[in-house]
Design a protein around this ligand. Structure first.
Ligand SMILES: Cc1cc2nc3c(=O)[nH]c(=O)nc-3n(C[C@H](O)[C@H](O)[C@H](O)COP(=O)(O)OP(=O)(O)OC[C@H]3O[C@@H](n4cnc5c(N)ncnc54)[C@H](O)[C@@H]3O)c2cc1C
Length: 382
């Protein structure tokens, strides 16, 4: 029993998409969970993101990144249905398909290399020459030399997805505390006995740290290093206008995401500026300019809003999933950087396995908190 007077088994610190998804997965298995956020649920990186979901593989390689992406893609499809049934909220999961485009010769080489991987893994794709663009995405501009169509690339409306997760957690009895920062941990030996809050300690059997870019700070007091540097991403929302995009358009790490209502997101920067969530006029203008190169009809489209979020970085872009070194009941689930929305469902399933003492379906050694950096794989690209 916690000092809050409620019985809980697992306390999750951080109610972004990762914490909410883990709470949802555990609550579906009847585990008593308390979820804390220092602000409101789902208002940080998870709200700010674009919501692109990369396709899973028919034949995932042995790479854990490929396996986690594939598990997550499958679960997104299932969760969208389950969340709608449980809450009445449509999270906007749509398999709109995507086109990955080349503006320069170098981009063409990158896409050729990626297509080799897609072929090997059984990810559906089609190579398009400029005369074929109009069949798939008529808005692509004349500067584009080559495009690859990935019909299974999908998206969610992350603010709706977060609302649906919070609602489903509430319906399933998860104890939800907003404006309740975790201040530290009550420790005895290698165990965490409680999570410390301004309202008193919350006793629990297990703790999950899912505090996004702030996770590293919370772990420092325990002498555990979890490198979650904030990686700022700025993003622009175009008001609905005459130009309709049909597909997600990706150029390297930049993209356009069309929403059902005609709005289009242009993302995003990757900046190392600490905990600064401001936007800058240069970055916003740069994103708008890129959108106009990709789709010239967007040159005069009015900007409705722009914002920035702080992605939780990691040493090699892959998340940290597993026990905190030196602790037997303190788990970490963070560092998803550019792919936290995409990988949230699979992350939740794997963390539920760990928390319920089951063997996770994917070997988690390359996501270990104390691993050395391995920059050879990027979890975001399909
Ligand atoms: C512009 C942009 C575009 C993106 N696009 C995509 C995309 O298309 N696809 C994709 O998969 N990913 C995308 N991402 C990345 C994705 O948004 C992140 O990887 C993901 O949201 C991380 O989720 P999180 O729950 O770990 O972190 P957050 O959403 O930041 O949640 C962490 C939570 O912990 C809380 N917290 C912090 N400290 C404490 C404390 N002491 N006590 C209690 N609570 C605390 C915070 O208040 C916060 O709510 C994008 C990100 C940005 C910024």
């Amino acid at each position: 029993m916690s000092e809050h007077g409620q019985k809980t088994d697992v306390v999750i610190v951080g109610g972004g998409v990762i914490g909410l998804s883990i709470a949802y997965a555990l609550s579906r298995e009847g585990v008593p969970v308390t979820l804390l956020d220092r602000g409101r649920f789902g208002q940080e990186a998870s709200w700010a993101g674009a919501g692109i979901i990369s396709p899973g593989s028919e034949r995932p390689t042995r790479s854990p990144v490929s396996q986690l992406r594939t598990l997550s893609a499958r679960l997104h499809e299932e969760w969208a249905v389950a969340l709608r049934e449980e809450t009445g909220i449509d999270n906007g999961y749509r398999r709109t398909g995507g086109v990955d485009v080349a503006l320069e010769e170098r981009d063409e080489h990158d896409l050729e290399a990626a297509s080799g991987r897609w072929r090997e893994e059984g990810i559906a794709f089609e190579r398009l020459r400029p005369e074929e663009f109009s069949r798939v995405e008529p808005a692509l501009g004349p500067e584009i030399r080559l495009a690859y169509f990935l019909p299974d690339r999908a998206q969610i409306r992350n603010p709706r997805h977060l609302r649906a997760l919070a609602e489903a957690c509430k319906n399933r009895g998860v104890i939800l505390h907003e404006h309740a920062p975790a201040l530290g941990f009550g420790i005895s030996g290698e165990r965490v006995d409680s999570v410390l809050t301004a309202a008193g300690p919350i006793s629990c059997a297990r703790v999950v740290l899912a505090a996004g870019a702030w996770s590293g700070q919370l772990m420092r007091d325990l002498g555990v290093s979890v490198a979650t540097r904030p990686v700022r991403g700025q993003i622009v929302l175009l008001a609905p206008g005459a130009t309709r995009l049909r597909r997600i358009v990706e150029h390297g790490k930049n993209y356009l995401v069309p929403r059902d209502d005609g709005r289009i997101l242009i993302g995003s920067t990757e900046e190392d500026v600490g905990f600064d969530r401001e936007t800058t006029p240069q970055a916003i203008a740069g994103l708008h300019e890129l959108a106009a190169r990709l789709c010239p009809a967007l040159r005069d489209a009015p900007i409705e809003r722009s914002w920035a979020g702080l992605r939780p970085g990691s040493i090699d872009t892959r998340p940290y999933l597993g026990l905190a070194p030196g602790h037997t009941n303190l788990f970490v689930a963070t560092g998803h950087q550019r792919a936290g929305l995409q990988l949230s469902t699979g992350t939740a399933a794997l963390m539920a396995d760990l928390l319920m003492d089951r063997n996770p379906s994917i070997n988690l050694s390359s996501f270990r908190v104390d691993r050395g950096a391995d920059p050879s794989e990027d979890s975001f690209r399909s």
